[in-house]
Design a protein around this ligand. Structure first.
Ligand code: BGC
Length: 491
């Protein structure tokens, strides 16, 4: 999973403006002096529209759980795809041998090799490389994207140190391919792309088997490797976290995009046409597609209308890292146009989509100085605007409103899944612990977001929360994919 907050497609043009700290100090002082307070109707209305009091969150959690049930009953039954992943067995710890993980899902892709040594030795050696994907490939053709990936994979394998990594004779190198977009899986090692998200729009892919696309490209590069498992990053996180902790039942990604995958009882999946209705399987919820009872504002609607996946993934567009900065930018722009937020003019940069990114919001919310120096510097550096103290305070309020709504809605989603698991297993009821494995830069790097998410869990679960552990499991999805390649090895 990518650790970027930014939009992968719309690159802000930074221009030739350079930030000088001396000049910024001068601006900070003069700006503070010219403080002018007034009310701001845009902000007041926005805060009201974004409110998520506990009863509202309860409705959201119930509606997500209803859509989960509907999606488990029939294909397309609800907003959530509830994808069957064909992962019935999570890692046991007995996995042995050399396996690879290839992770495509954001602005970077990652290749990893993992030498597994079974119960005693666990991970004997691992090496990884992160490669950033040129922007043009994210909106280019299938051949270009997969050709690039295969070429980087080939050079990664070529650099492998034979003493550290050992492939058993007669075996091909097996890959766990993490492809972090909605895919209709047809088996553990095949699946067709349903749609692109997170700003990707590679042509010639929708409806195509993603593993065949990779195979074709690997063949063209003379790479004799095979994909043994096609997994979502949420599934990879769940599998990777389960390797070291038995009670992990849910994997959640809160990064550029968002998703959650969890362990479901087969008997609770009417659409599963299988002879056995016993045991468990992993469901990829694709919860980003949820769209009901959401506190959508005019700013969300306009951002959605201008996105490449218009009308889709509305929950993702309210809670994930790619979008929070852009929502704030849109609100600030309107505040500027209607109530002189930054004086008489509208800064050019404020009119540029995705110029303000979630990482900037995070930086501004970390500011504890009386005169909000960091907020002033960020606004000056990113939007090229001189903001007085009053304006800085308002900017922080907008950031907080968006981040609070996002974190709380994400919390409601987690509660929906926890309660769905409880419905089938009564784990909490019997005093059993349930671990939620969390990953993604938004969760990791934005303390306020994390806190708001936690608040929602406390409000909705109350005392039951003592049976739940929310754990940050950083970057385990690659390990999880390699482990699933091992579990599904053809040898
Ligand atoms: C995709 C999911 C993915 C999530 C996190 C979403 O946009 O639809 O498949 O798991 O991003 O990477």
């Amino acid at each position: 999973m990518s650790l970027m907050f930014s939009s992968p497609v719309v690159t802000p043009t930074i221009g030739s403006f350079t930030f000088s700290s001396r000049r910024s100090n001068y601006i900070v002082m003069s700006a503070v002096r010219s403080n002018s307070a007034s009310t701001c109707p845009v902000l007041t209305k926005f805060q009201k529209d974004c409110a998520t009091p506990t009863p509202y969150l309860r409705n959201v959690a119930n509606a997500i759980a209803d859509d989960m049930r509907a999606g488990l009953a029939v294909e397309g039954g609800g907003d959530l795809d509830m994808i069957l992943t064909y992962v019935d067995a999570l890692p046991s710890g007995n996995e042995e041998g050399l396996f690879y993980a290839l992770d495509l899902g954001g602005t970077n892709f990652r290749v990893r090799s993992v030498q597994l040594g079974g119960k005693k030795k666990r991970v004997i050696a691992t090496e990884s490389e992160q490669i950033s994907i040129p922007q043009k490939l994210m909106i280019g053709t299938r051949e270009e994207l997969f050709g690039f990936i295969a070429s980087k994979l080939a050079s990664f394998v070529a650099k492998e140190k034979p003493g550290r990594f050992r492939l058993e004779e007669g075996r091909k190198r097996e890959i766990g391919f993490t492809f972090s977009f909605p895919v209709k899986q047809t088996s553990i090692d095949s699946g067709t792309l349903i749609k692109w998200t997170k700003g990707f729009k590679v042509s010639g892919m929708e409806g195509k088997d993603v593993v065949s696309c990779l195979n074709e490209a690997m063949e063209a590069h003379g790479l004799d490797m095979r994909v043994s498992a096609l997994v979502n990053d949420g599934v990879g996180t769940l599998a990777g976290a389960r390797y070291s902790e038995e009670d992990v039942m849910i994997g959640v990604i809160l990064g550029t995009g968002t998703n959650a995958c969890y362990v479901e009882q087969k008997h609770a999946i009417p659409k599963l046409q299988s002879n056995s209705s016993s045991g468990t399987t992993i469901i990829n919820t694709e919860w980003g597609g949820f769209s009901k009872v959401l506190p959508q504002t005019i700013f969300d609607q306009e951002m959605d209308a201008n996105s490449p996946n218009r009308g889709e993934h509305l929950y993702e567009k309210m809670i994930s890292g790619m979008y929070l900065g852009e929502i704030v930018r849109r609100v600030l722009l309107q505040m500027c146009e209607t109530s002189d937020l930054f004086g008489q003019f509208v800064p050019v940069k404020l009119s540029t989509p995705f110029e303000l990114r979630t990482e900037h919001l995070c930086k501004m919310q970390e500011d504890t100085t009386d005169d909000l120096q960091t907020v002033g510097s960020v606004l000056y550096k990113i939007l090229e605007v001189e903001a007085n103290l009053n304006a800085r305070r308002r900017v922080v309020e907008v950031c907080d409103t968006v981040v609070k709504r996002g974190g709380r809605l994400a919390g409601a989603g987690i509660v929906a899944i926890l309660e769905k698991i409880e419905e089938e297993t009564e784990r909490m009821g019997s005093g059993k612990r349930t671990v939620v494995a969390m990953d993604g830069a938004l969760y990791e790097k934005y303390p306020q977001y994390q806190q708001y998410m936690q608040d929602a869990l406390v409000e909705l679960l109350g005392d039951k929360l003592r049976h739940i552990a929310i754990k940050h499991t950083k970057d385990v999805s690659g390990l999880g994919a390699a482990l699933l390649a091992a579990t599904n090895s053809i040898y």
